[in-house]
Ligand binder design. Structure first.
Ligand SMILES: Cc1cc2nc3c(=O)[nH]c(=O)nc-3n(C[C@H](O)[C@H](O)[C@H](O)COP(=O)(O)O)c2cc1C
Length: 155
């Protein structure tokens, strides 16, 4: 399956995992990067309020792909503002598959992955799976086995 990974990462956790996924499934990769990074509290408040922020140019046209995987951290229980902006910009999505990969400091909840799922389903995509990795999995390295299982969805 020809897959595009779209990844936002502020402190590098999601980037490490998403880069490993890129290798495992031989995907293309695009970085989601806000034009301006804000202070911690502002980031959390913006995410909580589901505010979008401008992002740098990246691959938003997925006409050449069968599948899109959106990756990022969880902020204030939600998807970061740069990811929300990316989701509003993706084009040529109808009939394509999609998935979400999130990393977090705690155990997390379903809101962030639901935000990604809902936004992509609204533009005609089929959501095929999600992977949520918490601090324990990231620290212990057990994320690697979980990632291998997740990557089978995209073979
Ligand atoms: C502004 C901000 C808010 C955060 N809010 C949460 C949260 O609500 N729940 C959680 O489990 N982790 C939270 N975290 C921790 C990150 O989700 C976690 O460290 C993640 O792995 C970071 O990914 P990154 O290194 O790719 O940016 C927050 C981090 C930041 C910077």
């Amino acid at each position: 399956m020809k897959t595009l990974i779209a990844c936002y990462s502020f402190t590098g956790n999601t980037l490490t995992v998403a880069k490993e996924l890129e290798k495992q499934i031989n995907a293309d990769f695009t970085r989601i990067e806000p034009i301006k990074e804000r202070w911690y509290v502002i980031k959390a408040v913006h995410a909580y309020l589901e505010k979008k922020v401008p992002i740098k140019d990246c691959e938003t046209d997925i006409s050449d792909y069968d599948c899109l995987i959106v990756c990022g951290p969880i902020w204030a229980g939600r998807a970061p503002s740069g990811i929300l902006e990316y989701l509003s910009k993706v084009q040529n999505t109808a009939g394509k598959k999609c998935a979400a990969l999130v990393t977090m400091g705690g155990n997390g909840n379903e809101i962030a992955t639901e935000q990604i799922k809902t936004a992509l389903e609204e533009v005609g995509m089929q959501f095929i799976g999600k992977l949520k990795l918490g601090k324990n999995e990231l620290k212990s390295g057990s994320w690697k086995d979980m990632l291998e299982e997740f990557s089978e969805l995209f073979q």
